[in-house]
Design a binder for this molecule. Structure first.
Ligand SMILES: *[C@@H]1O[C@H](CO)[C@@H](O)[C@H](O)[C@H]1NC(C)=O
Ligand SMILES: *[C@@H]1O[C@H](CO)[C@@H](O)[C@H](O)[C@H]1NC(C)=O
Ligand SMILES: *[C@@H]1O[C@H](CO)[C@@H](O)[C@H](O)[C@H]1NC(C)=O
Ligand SMILES: *[C@@H]1O[C@H](CO)[C@@H](O)[C@H](O)[C@H]1NC(C)=O
Ligand SMILES: *[C@@H]1O[C@H](CO)[C@@H](O)[C@H](O)[C@H]1NC(C)=O
Length: 894
């Protein structure tokens, strides 16, 4: 039996989800998410309105009560039109970017909505002021990620019922040009939302992984170009795909080129500009700068531009119509695709430039340069903006239509591919063997003073580590090592007291004349650079003895015996010294860990409030539909004819009042308020129903005598049981006393769920019921029952019935508690008696043995002592029972 149970439990455990990974393709315009978990199909997480992608957008609003309302994705977009000042979109271009960066200034030009402010702690990054609160961009993104995460968790809960549905790992797509601070900011946002980032996966690689995962590769290496034009940027990635000896797939990144700002948003901006010029030329009295001060007008025009751009992808012209665009003036205009293309003529060369650049600048030095277009197997187009006719046209003119791959889902290949990549990186699940060799597109350098080391030049494979020797570390006491990405200083490691750090290499009698400084630098899979260790080593060749391990000075002095034994005469022994450094971010500072924690708490708090609000809304809906049901119930013929008239009237008033309350007064209602209303309506309905059910019953003397007897009986049963209980306890107590045990103490030690009513409450109940019964007895004796109205009699009858069933319930629970207690106490007593008699037996045996031996040694000795078989004392402390057991208390009241 028992083993079977364990097996079942194990099966349950195996059924539950042991790990889940969320893949997120976070775009400038749209965000998509995919979940991988055992037992769940590898599928897109749908939005609340069942779409496969959601707008990368939020709106945060403070309502009149000062409460914060948050809207996510597409539900934010309608809020954005009405309240542009609450609107937060296109944040990808702002995350991890300084407030004075070009992209921030660009952003301001087309987003006059939410007020942009510098974030706290001089981080030099962007935050938004909404109502009375300031939200750093990372925090806003964290809320969006948190929303996706909770939707994925709901999905998981439904797909695998009973699973442990908390998702804690994620993989997020990034454009290849994202800098250290942008990458760190993304990670921070994920961390705030409770997601650990197992990898930041390059957009192009994601598509390549998705492409390769669904195809067979055997034979020659194939070259594919991934052309990804999203809303914010354009990226061309040249990869080679081949099969490895063990049947897996190898993807090598051969070249990447990009345009950081050519994408859908730029095209929308151009439509916006064209439309604005049309409007202004119709109304020359308005200036562009005035128009751009009106955020509502701007966001209306932006939406119109967005829509027109989409229509122009399939049509040669479109009509635009915006009501009350500016100063209450409606705007109507026609825009043609030709106008759009003319306006963007200056950008046309940018459409194909990254392809040409990627082909001519391979990251892998082995590739022929320029790589011939004819050697490509295909060009895979992804990203929504590749559907823009102008883009398609220019791609075809360069590539011809043959090369462009068909049957690739332009929208979802990145999210699926990045998730597959995440599966490999996280090693959470078994997956098809796929090796991806990524390469850096930036140089990563260290600089000390004027000397610069290019540690990881462009083309360096990622997930790598290198130890470099620093030159020109002069004898100054301070040392600053600058970290550069793509020629840009982004952080520095500083040593404030170098002399102290290298003391052990320079102390008296052991001076090292030649010190080398070595830095260990790592470039992670997510292309994050870190200096993980700085060491000083003595380079006095003859005198330097390498230690067993790279131990610090502290451990050396602790274990002095070792150095003594190794040290040879006239030789100095030096251990490498690890120099502590302080990491300082330059220009853009990432969030500190305490800020992240407080952001995370802030979001949790908001979530909690939202959950309360949601449950109140649900209760209100429940109440509302109940009220409508009850209202129609009260109109039933049966209720009208046979119902208790006064109660029916009272309830119908209550229903009307409650409906009114819901409409006008329920804004500040608590869940408790609403539940109370629900209950009072339910009670009243129950009353009416049972009244009607008993329609055929005559409430006469007979009926009341019976119910009187039933109720009285059930009360007396409880009282008798209590008496029996105290008798049981008394007899057990006597046995305890006989054994010299403290009954009260032992009894108190037993923890059993207490009965539903205390002794005092029971007493009160007995009194109330006795009074009620007395009243009924008088009525029946005087035979005045028939004088009373039926409704009153029904109430009285119900009351007695209620008491009677309550007594039955009390009886059952008292019996249960009592028998458990008595059983345990009896058990204790039995064990005690057994133990005592065992000890006595042992003592007797011992004594017998002793006597035997005594008899042996002094044979003629008298050994008449009796062994004391009946021991009445034990090692346990014996206490007099100090008070009589509790069970007895109510017995006197009978
Ligand atoms: C480049 O070519 C050299 C020599 O042919 C070879 O050893 C090396 O593995 C190649 N590197 C890559 C990344 O293909
Ligand atoms: C010193 O190191 C040796 C070997 O590494 C070890 O066996 C010994 O316990 C150490 N002594 C002390 C005092 O830590
Ligand atoms: C009620 O109980 C009394 C006494 O216990 C008995 O005489 C009487 O017949 C009972 N009446 C009914 C209706 O059971
Ligand atoms: C109380 O004990 C008596 C005698 O053991 C028994 O007949 C009776 O049924 C008990 N009453 C209850 C309510 O348990
Ligand atoms: C009995 O009455 C109490 C108090 O009026 C009520 O809460 C309870 O639900 C009723 N019980 C039954 C079984 O009708």
């Amino acid at each position: 039996m028992r083993t079977q149970k364990i097996v079942t439990v194990l099966c349950l455990l195996l059924n539950t989800v042991l790990g889940a990974l969320l893949g997120i393709d976070y775009g400038q315009e749209f965000t998509k998410a995919v979940l991988v978990a055992p037992g769940v199909p590898f599928e897109v997480i749908l939005t609340p309105d069942s779409k496969r992608k959601d707008n990368s957008m939020m709106a945060i609003k403070e309502n009149s009560k000062g409460e914060i309302e948050r809207y996510y994705g597409s539900s934010a977009s309608s809020v954005c039109i009405r309240n542009p000042e609450t609107c937060l979109n296109h944040l990808k271009s702002l995350i991890g970017v300084s407030i004075d960066d070009v992209s921030t200034i660009d952003y301001k030009k087309y987003h006059s909505g939410a007020e942009m402010v510098p974030s706290k702690n001089n981080r030099n990054t962007v935050a938004f002021k909404l109502g009375s609160s300031v939200y750093p961009v990372e925090e806003i993104l964290a809320m969006s990620l948190d929303d996706i995460k909770s939707r994925a968790e709901d999905h998981l809960k439904h797909a695998v019922p009973g699973s442990y549905s908390v998702i804690s790992d994620a993989v997020i797509t990034v454009p290849t040009f994202f800098t250290q601070s942008q990458r760190l900011a993304l990670k921070d946002a994920a961390e705030i939302s409770g997601l650990k980032v197992v990898g930041l996966v390059d957009d192009g690689i994601s598509v390549a992984v998705n492409y390769a995962s669904s195809r067979q590769f055997n034979g020659d290496k194939q070259y594919h170009m991934i052309y990804d034009m999203g809303a914010g940027s354009l990226q061309a990635t040249l990869v080679s795909i081949s099969s490895s000896d063990d049947g897996g797939i190898v993807i090598d990144v051969e070249a990447i080129a990009y345009d950081k700002s050519l994408g859908g948003q730029l095209f929308t901006q151009s439509v916006y500009d064209i439309l604005l010029q049309k409007f202004l030329s119709e109304h020359p009295s308005f200036s562009e700068s005035d128009f751009n001060k009106n955020s509502k007008s701007m966001s209306k025009l932006w939406q119109a531009a967005e829509k027109a751009k989409t229509i122009l992808s399939a049509n040669t012209d479109t009509r635009v119509s915006v009501e009350s665009l500016y100063n209450d003036i409606d705007f109507r205009a026609t825009i043609a695709r030709d106008e759009f293309e003319d306006y963007n003529a200056e950008h046309v060369h940018r459409i194909t430039a990254p392809i040409i650049e990627a082909l001519s600048h391979p990251l892998n030095g082995n590739l022929t340069s320029p790589f011939p277009l004819t050697s490509l197997s295909s060009v895979i187009l992804t990203g929504g903006s590749t559907r823009v006719p102008m883009v398609k046209k220019h791609l075809e003119s360069l590539l011809g239509s043959e090369l462009i791959a068909k049957n690739v889902n332009a929208d979802e290949s990145a999210v699926f591919g990045s998730t597959l990549r995440g599966v490999t990186l996280s090693q959470m699940f078994k997956a098809k063997q796929m090796t991806v060799n990524e390469r850096s597109v930036y140089d990563y350098c260290l600089k000390v003073g004027s000397s610069e080391i290019n540690v990881f030049p462009v083309g360096t494979p990622l997930a790598t580590k290198k130890v470099v020797e620093l030159e020109n570390v002069d004898s100054e006491n301070q040392l600053t090592i600058g970290l550069y990405e793509n020629g840009q200083l982004f952080a520095s490691h500083e040593v404030t007291d170098l002399k102290k750090s290298i003391k052990s290499l320079t102390q008296e009698g052991k001076e090292c004349s030649n010190i080398n400084y070595e830095a260990t630098v790592e470039l992670s899979e997510s292309r994050l650079l870190s200096l993980t260790r700085l060491q000083a080593k003595c380079a006095d060749e003859a005198e330097y003895l390498p230690p067993v391990d790279t131990e610090s000075e502290d451990t050396k002095s602790e274990n002095s015996t070792t150095s003594e034994t190794i040290e040879k005469p006239n030789k100095k022994l030096f251990y490498p010294v690890t120099i502590p450094t302080q990491l300082k971010s330059v220009h853009v500072k990432p969030m500190g860990s305490s800020t992240k924690v407080s952001s995370s708490l802030k979001i949790k708090e908001l979530n909690k409030k939202d959950a309360v609000k949601r449950s109140i809304e649900e209760l209100k809906n429940q109440l509302e539909s109940k009220l409508y049901r009850v209202r129609s119930y009260l109109e039933d013929e049966e209720v009208v004819e046979k119902g208790p008239a006064s109660q029916v009237e009272a309830l119908s008033t209550l229903v009307a009042e409650n409906l009114e309350w819901l409409d006008y007064d329920s804004d500040d209602a608590s869940a408790k308020d609403i539940r109370e209303k629900l209950n009072s309506v339910s009670d009243s309905v129950a009353f009416i129903k049972s009244y009607i059910d008993l329609n055929d019953v005559t409430f006469d003397n007979n009926l009341f005598t019976t119910i009187y007897n039933t109720t009285l009986n059930s009360m007396q049963n409880v009282q008798e049981l209590m008496l029996n209980m105290s008798e049981d306890a008394l007899s057990l107590m006597q046995q305890y006393e006989k054994e010299g045990l403290d009954f009260a103490k032992e009894s108190q030690k037993i923890k059993i769920k207490s009965p539903p009513l205390s002794d005092k409450e029971l007493d009160n109940l007995f009194n109330t019921v006795t009074e009620k019964l007395e009243h009924v007895r008088m009525l029946t004796e005087k035979d005045t029952i028939s004088d009373l109205p039926r409704e009153e009699l029904f109430k009285l009858y119900q009351e007695l019935q209620n008491y009677s069933s309550r007594f039955e319930a009390i009886m059952a629970s008292l019996e249960d508690v009592h028998s458990q207690r008595i059983n345990r106490l009896t058990d204790k007593l039995r064990k005690h008696i057994e133990r005592v008699s065992n000890e006595a037996l042992k003592a007797a045996l011992k004594e017998a043995k002793r006597q035997q031996e005594e008899e042996k040694s002094h044979e003629q000795n008298e050994g008449e002592e009796q062994s004391s078989a009946s021991t009445s004392h034990t090692n346990e402390d014996i206490e007099e029972p100090s008070e009589s057991p509790k069970v007895q208390t109510s017995h006197d009241e009978l």
